[in-house]
Write a protein of this length. Structure first.
Lengths: 776, 332
């Protein structure tokens, strides 16, 4: 290993110009490529396509539509839709939406849709017609007729708000355009919703409220653009702090520039590989920057120190390169491998994040462990006026701080630290048991509660009986199943049980519609609103329902039960889905099975279950990677324990914090736990690798630790604090998601640092006791 | 007509060959009072409402409801109490249930799913004598509080053209007669017992009277061709009958001759509740028509849900609607 390292050092430092030239070329190329990177949000990316529910979903997607819907509620300011202006705007919204590319046109629905018809019972049978008559004029008489038709058509609560203050236009989006085979550009679609519908068609009297996945993704992407601003603040702040740390403009420039090059490379490589950047993983470039700075500061710290010892910058750079390539490389490699293990989770967006993050961390090995020392070797008198060179007066504070940290290797203090840590861990572990999977709040949790999207969501769930929170259970039976009383009765009973569940607003199925039709055939008398035992009557009732309703396929061998839910909180979904599984078992037979699931909630349920299932393997993979790499590099189980145990305690505490902040475990928050490990592992490895060399030479732990702190400790403390302060500015973000991440990352930067400088030596005191005794 | 009858009877024969499972107990759910409820009554102690999936709910105060134990899952359509303890309910599958504990638990007195006919109303003269009526002229009568129910066929209501044919058939082929009479009569929708008088309204403008507690029946000349669903009597001894599309008729106080009352909304009227001053007609689409003399006031439930029945309770009207119990204030 050592000889390979020497070889590498030789190669790199003999051909410094070549190395820099190669890096420059790569940076120019990838920099150019990175300008092509685009924000990209797609619905299917968020779906665990191999989950059982999603197999059912994909199997029936063509027939019964997907889960990617958009709801537009057009509302009247005075709370009464029956006025000419409102109807003009409503029709305009319907027509505009119809023509936006990506919309599944036949499924655009509102009272202006051709399929919006009413049927009424008259003395001699049925009468019916479109809700909006062909000769409709928006005058008093015309509007009165429409109002009656709306009541007869029983669309109040669905197409029209329960209090007649709004009307709904809804549509389904297609993942790929059937004509052009082009993938739907969700964010462009979201923009069109604003520019072609909300902006031009809102008036003083008529307001427009839009919800659905596409709109949410669009709003998140808009908010995510601010990330650049926060990014800039963090960079500026880091720059100032690094300068305060080393008092050398040139040395300050190095870690910042090299970390930015890492970000450029990452974005460029993503673009080369054909990936976009999802709004939800827009924080990853910042993490790459942060991890890069952390390693860069270690490097300039080592170089500056050597230079202050009086050697040339080239010798200093070469020595630092040689000293830090292994620990830095191990830390970064374990991050990379840790992130790559996320690929095992079968959800597109997490895989994308795995690639984004592991690429980003891997390039840091090149930019900050190789390029940085090579660049530094060209600096003439890059002497660091280190605040902590052990000589200046101002350093008494640092010396005191160091000495108090060294106390952690005193048995008594170590015992206290371990006890407190054990207590914190127990508390964190107990708290993290309450970690919920899925979204914990109604609306879009990535956005603030008072964001327009969420206000619109609340408005719609308030004024209508339906929302976009739809779960579909697919009844898979046999051809002509809808003509048999027993089968339809099972569907009816199943539906009734579901309707009685907490969190379910209402449900509709072929069975329930057939019952209403049966009442219709019996003069609209609701005492007949049941499934006729008589086969001919049952056929009559079901045959009146068309496949365009989405309630049955051509031979009614498949019949979805559409369930409208209060919200999509994890708790609600859990409860409803678990009960449905029970009902499905009880009402199902050999020939009739109730299959989960489709609809947005079906997708969420599958995602939640996948996330739950992925949680443990992911932790095992990430820690496995860290443990194996520590074992290889330290060749010591004890050293591995000293690095991994603090990490584990911190990530448990981070989970407890997520519970406190009411952040659920979702596809977007799950990887944060893995990222936290990646951030934390650096500190421990740097400190311990410095200690290990000295421990091997028989130095007592406290002395080894003191030296390690002198060598690398200030850099660890410094990066932890700097990055923590940098990300803490995120609490001012327009995205709730970024606020949450800011808090979590601040916590992880700080507490991981504390873990490395307090807990690690305290653990060391107990796992290297012999050496200590021997030397005292 | 005869051809049609034969066709129907073949259809009936085919259908009856289908096996139908035995009754199973009504499921107990979280919100039984929010399902379709078709009828509601005051037992004297409790409010009791019946409806979909064999649901029976009862309440002391009209606001909190409990679900009764019911042995069947059929859609129930009517409920009636003779005393605070003893009551009956009926519904689809020609089912008749009774309770002796004030509505908490119910037993099957009759359950005939093969008949494929719903009972639509059940009325008792006292705690012994009662009638269960329903689709296609279905009528069962009991003299012993429902221990036994006897089927009746009201020959009086058969169309004159068919009387002769049926008489022949009864002689020649009793089984064919049985099948023929299955579907020959109009639906009996509602019954009103008033002393010795019983009034019966139903499909195709059926309005009949019995002056001898149901032994013999006379059909009143048709004054409306559509279906009548509701009948009640006001304080002035006038009968009010109402039905499809808001058609409402009021009788002379002495005579059963009707004249129409103008109701402005074409919503089917399902039942009529009497108050001291007025008749409150409960209708589809949440319409409530209050009739005082010739005067009709119209109100509508905010959610527009159809109202099947209602009962006065502490100055309020507790309604059985297509989405369960709902309470409204009574206009003074």
């Amino acid at each position: 290993m050592q000889s390979i390292l020497n070889q590498l050092v030789y190669v790199v430092f003999r051909h410094r110009f070549m190395v820099i030239a190669l890096f420059a070329l790569a940076t120019v190329f990838l920099g150019y490529k990175s300008t092509h990177i685009q924000l990209d949000a797609s619905f299917n990316k968020n779906i665990p396509l191999n989950h059982d529910y999603m197999k059912v979903y994909l199997k029936h997607e063509k027939q019964f539509g997907g889960a990617n819907s958009i709801l537009i509620s057009v509302c009247d300011a005075d709370g009464d839709i029956f006025n000419p202006e409102f109807f003009t705007q409503l029709k305009a919204v319907h027509d505009q939406l119809y023509f936006i590319p990506g919309v599944n046109r036949p499924l655009v629905n509102s009272i202006f849709a051709p399929s919006a018809r009413f049927v009424e019972v008259v003395e001699d049978g049925f009468a019916g017609g479109p809700i909006i008559p062909a000769n409709f004029t928006a005058d008093a008489t015309g509007l009165a007729v429409v109002k009656q038709n709306i009541e007869k058509a029983k669309v109040v609560g669905r197409m029209v708000a329960s209090d007649y203050s709004c009307a709904m236009v809804s549509a389904q989006l297609m993942e790929t355009d059937p004509q052009t085979q082009q993938k739907l550009d969700t964010l462009a679609f979201a923009k069109k919703l604003e520019s072609e519908i909300r902006e031009p068609l809102s008036t003083d009297k008529v307001s427009i409220h839009i919800i659905g996945f596409a709109k949410m993704a669009g709003d998140i992407a808009d908010g995510a653009k601010d990330v650049v601003f926060f990014f800039a603040i963090a960079i500026l702040f880091t720059f100032i702090m690094v300068w305060l740390f080393c008092k050398s403009f040139k040395l300050t420039l190095l870690p910042i520039a090299c970390s930015l090059i890492a970000v450029v490379w990452q974005l460029g490589l993503l673009s080369v590989l054909g990936f976009g950047l999802d709004p939800m993983s827009i924080l990853v470039p910042f993490l790459v920057f942060a991890i890069g700075v952390s390693h860069g500061v270690q490097m300039i710290n080592a170089i500056g120190k050597k230079v202050s010892e009086g050697v040339s910058s080239k010798v200093a750079a070469e020595a630092s390169f040689k000293a830090l390539l292994i620990p830095g490389g191990i830390a970064l490699l374990s991050d990379t491998i840790g992130f790559m293990t996320l690929l095992a989770i079968d959800i597109g967006i997490i895989r994308e994040l795995a690639i984004t993050a592991s690429l980003g961390v891997a390039v840091i090995i090149f930019t900050n462990l190789i390029l940085l020392p090579v660049l530094a070797s060209y600096f003439k008198s890059s002497k660091m006026h280190r605040v902590d060179d052990g000589k200046a007066k101002a350093n008494s504070v640092f010396t005191k701080l160091r000495e108090s940290l060294v106390l952690a290797t005193d048995r008594r203090y170590a015992a206290v630290i371990l006890l407190v840590s054990a207590g914190l861990f127990a508390f964190g572990y107990w708290q993290s048991k309450d970690m919920r999977i899925g979204d914990l709040h109604a609306g879009a949790p990535a956005l603030h509660e008072d964001a327009r999207y969420n206000l619109d969501t609340f408005l719609i769930s308030d004024r209508y009986e339906i929302s976009s929170d739809i779960l579909k259970v697919l009844v898979e039976a046999y051809p002509a199943a809808c003509t048999e009383h027993d089968t339809m009765d099972r569907v009816s009973r199943f539906q009734w049980r579901v309707e009685n569940l907490e969190g379910v607003q209402s449900a509709v199925s072929l069975s329930s519609v057939a019952q209403a039709v049966n009442a219709g055939y019996n003069e609209g008398n609701l005492k007949w609103q049941t499934l006729p035992r008589n086969g001919a009557s049952l056929v009559q009732a079901t045959s009146r329902v068309e496949t365009s309703t989405g309630l049955l396929n051509g031979d009614c061998s498949v019949m979805p039960i559409i369930i409208f839910m209060d919200d999509h909180k994890a708790e609600t979904i859990d409860h409803v889905v678990s009960q449905i599984k029970l009902f499905a078992k009880e009402e199902g037979t050999d020939r009739v099975s109730f299959k989960l699931a489709s609809g947005p909630i079906g997708v969420m349920a599958a995602t939640n279950e996948s996330v739950a299932a992925a949680q443990l393997p992911m932790m095992i993979y990430v820690y496995g990677a860290v443990i194996i790499l520590c074992l290889i590099s330290f060749r010591s189980i004890r050293a591995t324990i000293a690095v991994v145990l603090p990490l584990y305690i911190v990530s448990t505490l981070a989970q407890a914090l997520m519970v406190k902040l009411e952040i659920g475990l979702t596809v977007s928050t799950l990887p944060v736990i893995a990222l936290g490990v990646g951030i934390g592992v650096d500190y421990g490895i740097y400190i311990l690798s410095s200690m290990m060399n000295q421990l091997k030479q028989g130095m007592p732990l406290s002395a080894a630790y003191r030296n390690a702190l002198a060598e690398r400790g200030s850099a660890v403390l410094f990066t932890g604090i700097t990055l923590a302060i940098g990300v803490s500015t995120w609490i001012f973000s327009a995205l709730k998601f970024q606020v949450d991440m800011g808090i979590l990352l601040t916590f992880m930067f700080l507490v991981n640092m504390l873990g490395a400088v307090l807990l690690l030596p305290a653990i060391g005191t107990f796992i290297w006791p012999d050496q200590k005794k021997k030397c005292e | 007509m005869i051809k049609k009858l034969i066709a129907t009877s073949i259809a009936v024969f085919v259908m009856q060959s289908e096996a139908i499972g035995s009754a199973s107990e009504a499921l107990r759910v979280a919100h039984p009072e929010k399902t379709l409820l078709t009828d509601i009554t005051n037992s004297g102690k409790k409010l009791v409402a019946v409806g979909k999936h064999g649901t029976i709910v009862y309440s002391d105060d009209g606001s909190s409801w409990e679900q009764a134990h019911v042995p069947i899952q059929s859609l129930l359509t009517a409920v009636e109490f003779a005393s605070a303890k003893r009551g009956w309910a009926c519904g689809h599958d020609a089912s008749i249930l009774n309770t002796t504990d004030g509505g908490v638990s119910w037993q099957i007195q009759q359950y005939l799913p093969d008949l494929e006919k719903p009972c639509l109303d059940i009325e008792f003269v006292d705690d012994k004598q009662g009638f269960a009526i329903g689709a296609y002229g279905m009528m069962y009568q009991t003299q012993d509080g429902g221990k036994s129910w006897t089927k009746r066929f009201l020959n009086e209501f058969v169309h004159p053209d068919d009387i002769e044919y049926l008489a022949e058939l009864k002689q020649d082929d009793p089984q064919a007669y049985e099948e023929e009479t299955q579907f020959i009569l109009p639906h009996f929708n509602r019954m009103l017992i008033d002393g010795n008088d019983i009034f019966l309204v139903g499909e195709m403008g059926l309005f009949a009277v019995s002056r001898d507690l149901g032994t013999t029946w006379t059909r009143i000349d048709e004054f409306y061709s559509g279906s009548l669903f509701a009948i009640n009597k006001n304080k002035k001894e006038q009968l009010i009958a109402a039905g499809l599309r808001g058609n409402t008729f009021i009788s002379d106080s002495k005579d059963v001759s009707f004249s129409p009352i103008n109701v402005e909304k074409a919503a089917t009227i399902n039942s009529i509740v009497s108050t001291d001053a007025a008749q409150i007609m409960l209708a589809n689409s949440g319409f409530v028509f209050t009739v005082e003399g010739e005067n009709v006031k119209t109100k509508q439930l905010k959610n527009g849900k159809s109202i099947l029945s209602g009962v006065l309770h502490n100055g309020q009207l507790v309604l059985a609607t297509e989405e369960g119990i709902q309470t409204i204030e009574v206009d003074r």
